[in-house]
Design a protein around this ligand. Structure first.
Ligand code: XIL
Length: 388
């Protein structure tokens, strides 16, 4: 059954623990000692109330890989940011630094410094790493359009995956081999997106990418990753159907694929909910023998009023409902939020609120203090069965 608007909204008050810590920010306790810290205080030490687990600890207790996207430059330049990631994430993914554009300053060269740094940071801290991503229609380098033709596109694609996948082979938990290949409104066969790769190579680019990724890094789980498949809106249902058709086709052709990444950029508020459509989709994927991962979760609050307490309540309720719905499926093996702190969320740039207030979409606020969303995330993880 879909989550009704009433249940969706009442979820907030059901978060007893959230209420206990106040809704505009939980106590922020450096070194896990008691006592308030003024806003703006950097996260010089653990900021999670001592009686609560970190996201990392909660995930570990359920055999769920839990973590977030990180920004490599911030890991290097902001000790408090790096410390928060160390403390909270069991798995990390580069928000941008391992995309095609950032890795490819010219057709003949690769820039690996940032990705190398991420791997060494993660390995030093006992974290796993996701690879994001080999093939996407966005963040391609400026040379792409003039250099890549139908004649050389397959070589460019294969060489990119062989070089990047090969460099980090054996150290990647999972690769988003193809990202966001479906866009039903583009009206192409199978609901495929009219991306530069489709334009250059036709639908076959997807199979080529996955087969190459398997050869380059046989140990990594290979994922298809997409957004807009979470909700109960007709367009979400249409996109889910197209993804299922794509995956069935890949399976029938023997194309290697191990998991689906459900990005999980969801929306707080009355006109959006997630429910039976997503549950059914997840069962279908599971039925094909694939694992599931929630790869980029955040909760957009742009349809909510400015008041912070109201937004925090609804965002926490959305985390609670969404995670209980999805994590009920024990083939969901990983959960990553798209960032940890509201200080650096992409939503402020790409999907900003009309009142221009910063979004409150992630488990830590702009001062790196845990929010009700953090309470909801940890609580939801703790409420589910351990992954086998
Ligand atoms: C976003 C980053 O967060 C931004 O910094 C960047 O400008 C654009 O890309 N789906 C994805 C991610 O798969 O790679 C996107 O990341 C967010 C949506």
């Amino acid at each position: 059954m879909p989550i009704s608007r009433r249940r969706f909204l009442s979820g907030a008050s059901a978060l007893g623990t959230t209420a206990a810590f106040g809704l505009t920010g939980c106590p922020h306790l450096p070194g896990r000692a008691r006592g308030p810290v003024p806003p703006g205080t950097p996260a010089s030490a653990a900021l999670v109330p001592p009686q609560l687990p970190t996201i990392r600890e909660a995930g570990t207790s359920r055999n769920l890989l839990a973590g977030s996207a990180v920004n490599v430059r911030l890991l290097q330049s902001e000790p408090a940011y790096a410390q928060l990631a160390q403390q909270q994430a069991d798995i990390v993914v580069a928000e941008n630094e391992m995309k095609f554009g950032p890795l490819r300053p010219t057709p003949d060269t690769f820039f690996f410094n940032d990705a190398d740094y991420l791997f060494s940071f993660a390995e030093k801290n006992g974290m796993q790493v996701r690879g994001h991503n080999f093939v996407w229609h966005r963040q391609l380098p400026s040379w792409f359009a003039s250099y890549v033709t139908s004649q050389n596109a397959q070589t460019v694609l294969v060489q990119h995956i062989e070089t990047v996948g090969g460099r980090y082979a054996g150290r990647v938990q999972s690769w988003d081999v193809v990202n966001e290949a479906i866009q039903v409104s583009d009206n192409l066969p199978g609901g495929l997106r009219n991306s530069p790769w489709y334009h250059l190579l036709g639908p076959g680019y997807i199979d080529v990418a996955f087969a190459t990724a398997r050869r380059a890094d046989p140990k990594a789980l290979l994922c298809y990753n997409d957004y807009g498949i979470e909700g109960e809106r007709p367009e979400d249902e249409a996109k889910r159907a197209a993804v299922l058709t794509l995956i069935r086709g890949m399976k029938s052709r023997g194309t290697p694929i191990d998991a689906i990444g459900i990005q999980s950029h969801i929306v707080a508020g009355p006109s959006y909910n997630c429910g039976a459509g997503l549950t059914r989709f997840m069962s279908e994927i599971q039925g094909m023998g694939l694992k599931l991962m929630l790869t980029e979760m955040d909760v957009n609050d742009r349809f909510l009023p400015s008041d912070i307490a109201t937004r925090d309540r609804a965002v926490a309720a959305a985390y609670d409902n969404y995670l209980k719905l999805t994590l009920a499926n024990t083939d969901v093996i990983a959960l990553l939020t798209w960032g940890l702190t509201d200080k650096y969320t992409w939503l402020n740039n790409e999907d900003a609120r009309t009142d221009k207030l910063p979004e409150r979409c992630l488990p830590f606020d702009a001062d790196l203090r845990p929010t009700p969303a953090y309470m909801a995330e940890v609580g939801a993880i703790q409420s589910v069965l351990p992954r086998p």
